[in-house]
Design a protein around this ligand. Structure first.
Ligand SMILES: CC/C=C\C/C=C\C/C=C\CCC/C=C/C(=O)SCCNC(=O)CCNC(=O)[C@H](O)C(C)(C)COP(=O)(O)OP(=O)(O)OC[C@H]1O[C@@H](n2cnc3c(N)ncnc32)[C@H](O)[C@@H]1OP(=O)(O)O
Length: 292
């Protein structure tokens, strides 16, 4: 049943999908992988595990986002799969969020194309008909946190270095309204107000307390926990769960869908400002110097 999916991917024609491959797994299910998105299917269970693999930190570049969008479309249209576990193949990092290099020193057309892809991945994940469980096995700032927030359930590995949150203000930028809406829907208005203004990155215990994640487990139990949560969610008849999900999420998604173009223009003019470019460059430089 396609209650929510089926929208078009509006991306630059000809973005290279890398060495995409489709083979048959041991259980007969199609296994497909691109350079940066690994899909491990379990056809018998109806579950696909997506492993993000864009080292070193799974930053969400335009090419990576494009591969992910295509992968999600394929899974959404394949009736074999009813659930996705979203996790990382990069040790200690779930995702460092949006790729800062896509937002620095480029032209307005590039910023517009990039932002459309960011919107698209959010809509694809947020409106998916499938059950999405995030198995967060690493740090998850900003866009990384947003991806996790689109999921139906979040399991975080218990490691104090694995902080999660929308830290945009620390970079001198602003979480867009639809990031904010997704966060408010998850942790409530007061907690979101504080978290967004202060750019808070929550360690596991605090993330659980505030409701940013649903469960914190030892790192070696993250996949088994995600599987057991998934089986609980898949026990619900699809049509009832999907209609309920749609009822809960439609207004938030429509908020963006209705003003997608204006949101792109807003992003382009904001990110093109000299002062914002300067802040992002300083932040990137600090990240680079951290090692030395
Ligand atoms: C009224 C409203 C008006 C206007 C609003 C309109 C629009 C809104 C405008 C903007 C919205 C933008 C929303 C942005 C969302 C984002 O996601 S921004 C990205 C935020 N991400 C971060 O802050 C994370 C930064 N990274 C880290 O903290 C750490 O790297 C890490 C904890 C993830 C991992 O730490 P380490 O393992 O120690 O790794 P390193 O720090 O050494 O990093 C390795 C390598 O990777 C580079 N890198 C890290 N993060 C990014 C990134 N996000 N993008 C690009 N590159 C990144 C880092 O520089 C290192 O590079 P090298 O030195 O090896 O070259």
């Amino acid at each position: 049943m396609a209650l929510l999916a089926g929208r078009t991917v509006l991306l630059r024609a000809g973005v290279r999908l890398g060495a995409e491959a489709a083979t048959r797994g041991g259980n007969g299910a199609r296994r497909f992988a691109s350079h940066r998105v690994l899909v491990e299917p379990d056809a018998a269970a109806g579950i696909a595990t997506i492993k993000l693999k864009n080292p070193p930190v799974n930053s969400l570049s335009l090419e990576f986002l494009t591969e992910l969008i295509i992968c999600l479309e394929k899974l959404e249209n394949d009736k074999t799969f009813r659930g996705i576990i979203l996790t990382s193949d990069c040790p200690g990092i779930f995702s460092a969020g949006l790729d800062l290099r896509e937002m620095c020193g480029k032209n307005p057309a590039h910023y517009a194309e990039y932002w459309r892809a960011v919107q698209e991945i959010w809509l694809k994940l947020y409106l998916s008909n499938m059950v999405l469980v995030a198995a967060i096995n690493g740090a998850s700032p900003a866009g990384g946190c947003l991806m996790a927030l689109t999921c139906d359930y979040r399991v975080l590995a218990d490691n104090p270095r694995y902080r999660i949150g929308l830290n945009e203000t620390l970079l001198g930028i602003i979480a867009p309204f639809w990031f904010k809406d997704n966060l408010v829907n998850t942790i409530g208005h007061r907690a979101a107000d504080r978290a967004l203004q202060l750019g808070l990155l929550f360690p596991p215990t605090e993330a659980l307390q505030v409701g940013m994640v649903d469960q914190v487990v030892p790192e070696d139990q993250i996949h088994s926990t995600a599987l057991s949560v998934m089986s609980q969610w898949l026990a619900i008849p699809d049509h009832a769960r999907q209609l309920t999900k749609s009822m809960m999420r439609k207004a938030t998604a429509d908020h963006l869908i209705k003003q997608r173009e204006a949101d792109i223009q807003n992003f382009v003019s904001f990110i093109s400002k000299d002062s914002i470019q300067k802040s992002l460059q300083v932040y990137l430089e600090k990240l680079k110097q951290k090692k030395h």
